[in-house]
Design a protein around this ligand. Structure first.
Ligand SMILES: Nc1ncnc2c1ncn2[C@@H]1O[C@H](COP(=O)(O)OP(=O)(O)OP(=O)(O)O)[C@@H](O)[C@H]1O
Length: 687
């Protein structure tokens, strides 16, 4: 596959992907976790690349979210999903779910989501997920006791890159190799020519090191498992808690991990422990062995009656002869016993095997002396012997465990990937449950929508207090209504539901039908009148918007605030006409619905969010817009209220409740009162 054909992938990233096992499948599956393993790719970049690959695969032109506000609604929806993800990975992976106009892409996610919403987000699973992370590759690992050797300069360069953990040395011949073997516990020769060469030391020939990394540097694999132990075990727990079959045999993984120490060494091998302890305790054990011998000799001397013949005494006194000569003659047996005790102590304390124990005979040997001392040279030989045995044992064990772990490496990566993927599914499942979602119907009947019982989780009130909204639109419509009636919130709800539907996800409604939309253009309310330049550029935007608008959904909130009301009404009317001609669908929230309708050359539908009463001084609103209904605005409602009150007052003064204009006196009385019913009635007529 040509990775550079993926939108957003340059040469460097393409190279990194080419080096990554399974990159193609990962791109196909939107598997951000695997992509993020490519060198130099962050999870964020990996998600962007995964999105690019999805777009390419589905022939998706991109740009569905056509305005800032549309993008904001998507980000908010994504935020709600991401809040329900436990892992960092799932947060990133959710970004690969984006609104698309392409049927095949929407269908793909819908199928996946149908399975996802069935997942049970139990506390146990969520708890276990909190411990799961993308496995990290061990970094900065150095193995000092092993070297690679080659006579080939090209091979030298290649393995130096492939095995940064080891020293790589150039050797000319067997002599060089044998010299190297003296400096390292193990030397791995990489050239065929060294096969069968007899060299002292631990020298192996591995001609294809890249295919045998666990043999060449088992530490790499061990470090991977040691460093990711907690994440792997957590991923196993996730599977167990969720009742899902894991990609790896749990018993084999647990067993292998139990044999591995946190520092990547093999744990629990008695022989290795014995050898390691022997090396560590060697000096202390020798000094104790000396004490044992000397204590024995001291006691023996103390209890011995020594008869010194005159000649001996003379030679001691005159010739400076040493008392040792006496010792050897008088206490030969005791000395032998003391030396034996020292040797035995050393062998026992260090748990030396037979061949190692032979060294003790040379460590404690020689002419009798008191106090007796060990011999340094054989002691050092024993030390070297023990160290070499320890290192060889360690490497052998590492290789053995690494061979077991090699078989578990890929399944373990899958195990974690599956757990992380489950987190993505659970985030969708929790979203769908928390917001009482339903799978929307999507059709190709134009960009209209029909929502029943839609409740927006983006409202500034708790979701439980969100009142359900029914709203259906096809074609171009004005949405009128009282202040704070919920017009903006209705646009938000429509934008959210249409966006989620095009992401392939369930939507927060009792039922929803959504026409396939090519682009969502949602314009938020402008913050006040624009200056000439900004106004011009906004008009240009709308000029672009209305050309080629078929299939677009256009949501616009109070566009009138960009300039003075008279001009605004005419401009909005013009935009509506153009959109209508294009066959686009649009909802324009406006307080100027009447004026716009009058200014428009085509029939413009007007819906309204109306007040149904007053409760404790607050308007009670029916949140579902009434179709083909110009709702009274708040000023109109207030004038109406004042007119009614003035009428009632006037009636009260005349003692004729319920009758506003009975008799000429009453009419005269109100007409002379500037704030009386006639004034308000007059105002009301102007609406
Ligand atoms: N469906 C709903 N359920 C519960 N509360 C709602 C709903 N819709 C709106 N609200 C509440 O009403 C408030 C005002 O809503 P919104 O801003 O959408 O009204 P508006 O008609 O656009 O107001 P304005 O005309 O002032 O722009 C919201 O902040 C929210 O608290």
């Amino acid at each position: 596959m040509e990775f550079t054909s993926v939108p957003g992938v340059g040469e460097k990233t393409a190279d990194a992907l080419a080096d990554l096992d399974g990159a193609e499948t990962a791109l196909r599956r939107g598997d951000v976790a695997t992509l993020a393993r490519a060198s130099g790719l962050t999870e964020g970049r990996a998600a962007a690349i995964a999105r690019g690959a999805i777009r390419e695969r589905h022939d998706d032109p991109g740009g569905w979210l056509a305005t800032d506000r549309a993008r904001e609604v998507y980000e908010n929806a994504l935020g709600l999903l991401q809040e329900r993800a436990v892992t960092d990975y799932a947060e990133k992976r959710l970004r690969t779910i984006y609104p698309s106009p392409t049927e095949s892409r929407i269908e793909e996610v819908r199928e996946w989501a149908a399975g996802a919403v069935e997942c049970e987000p139990s506390d146990d699973v969520l708890d276990a997920l909190s411990g799961v992370e993308q496995p990290s590759e061990p970094r900065g690992l150095r193995v000092r006791e092993r070297a690679l050797a080659t006579a080939d300069a090209e091979r030298y360069a290649a393995v130096k890159d492939a095995f940064p953990e080891l020293s790589v040395e150039v050797v000319e011949d067997a002599r060089d190799l044998s010299e190297l073997a003296r400096s390292y516990a193990t030397v791995v020769a990489l050239d065929e020519t060294f096969a069968g060469v007899d060299v002292e030391g631990d020298v192996r020939v591995i001609t294809d090191p890249k295919n045998n990394p666990e043999e060449v540097v088992p530490e790499r694999l061990l470090a991977f498992f040691a460093e990711n132990r907690a994440e792997l075990l957590a991923a196993l727990e996730v599977h167990e808690a969720a009742g899902i079959e894991p990609a790896v045999d749990p018993a084999a993984l647990r067993d292998a991990l139990s044999r591995l120490d946190d520092d990547g060494t093999v744990r629990g091998d008695e022989e290795l422990t014995r050898l390691a302890n022997a090396v560590d305790d060697l000096d202390a054990a020798v000094s104790t062995a000396e004490s044992v011998a000397n204590d024995h000799l001291r006691d023996a001397i103390r209890e011995q009656d020594v008869t010194i013949e005159g000649t001996d005494f003379l030679s001691l006194v005159e010739q400076g002869a040493r008392v040792d000569s006496l010792l050897s003659r008088e206490l030969a047996d005791e000395y032998d016993a003391a030396i034996r005790k020292a040797r035995e102590h050393l062998a026992d304390a260090l748990r030396l095997n037979e061949s190692e124990a032979e060294f003790t005979g040379r460590i404690f040997a020689g002419d009798p002396t008191f106090p007796t001392e060990h011999n340094e040279e054989p002691l050092n030989r024993l030390r070297t012997e023990l160290k070499t045995a320890r290192d060889r044992r360690a490497v052998a064990l590492k290789s053995e465990l690494a061979t077991d772990l090699a078989a578990l490496r890929d399944p373990s990566a899958d195990l974690v990937a599956d757990a992380l993927e489950l987190d993505v599914e659970l985030a969708v499942a929790r979203f769908a449950r928390d917001f009482d979602c339903v799978v929307p119907d999507i059709d190709d009947e134009g960009a209209g929508f029909d929502i029943e019982g839609g409740r927006s989780p983006l409202l500034d009130v708790p979701f439980a207090e969100a009142e359900p909204v029914d709203y259906a639109v096809s074609g171009v419509t004005l949405l009128s209504g009282v202040n704070s009636g919920g017009k903006t919130s209705t646009l938000d709800l429509v934008a959210l539901i249409v966006t989620l539907a095009h992401m392939g996800l369930p939507v927060p409604a009792e039922s929803a039908r959504v026409g396939r939309v090519s682009e969502l253009h949602y314009y938020a309310k402008s913050q006040g009148t624009l200056d000439a330049g900004a106004f011009e550029s906004t008009l240009r935007d709308f000029g672009d918007l209305v050309s080629g608008a078929a299939g677009r959904l256009v949501l616009v909130d109070e566009l009138e605030s960009i300039t003075e009301p008279g001009a605004s009404a005419k401009i909005i009317a013009g935009i509506l006409e153009a959109l209508d001609e294009q066959g686009a669908t649009g909802v324009f929230v406006s307080h100027l619905a009447r004026q716009i309708r009058e200014a428009a050359a085509v029939e413009v539908a007007v819906d309204g969010i109306e007040a149904v009463g007053l409760e404790d001084g607050e308007l009670v609103v029916n949140r579902s817009p009434r179709k083909d209904h110009l709702a009274r605005s708040t000023p109109e409602l207030i004038v109406e209220k004042l007119a009614r009150e003035a009428r009632e007052d006037a009636d009260g003064e005349r003692g004729e409740p319920g009758s506003a204009t009975t008799g000429s006196d009453a009419t005269d009385a109100t007409d002379t009162d500037a704030g009386g019913p006639a004034f308000y009635e007059g105002l009301l007529k102007k609406f």
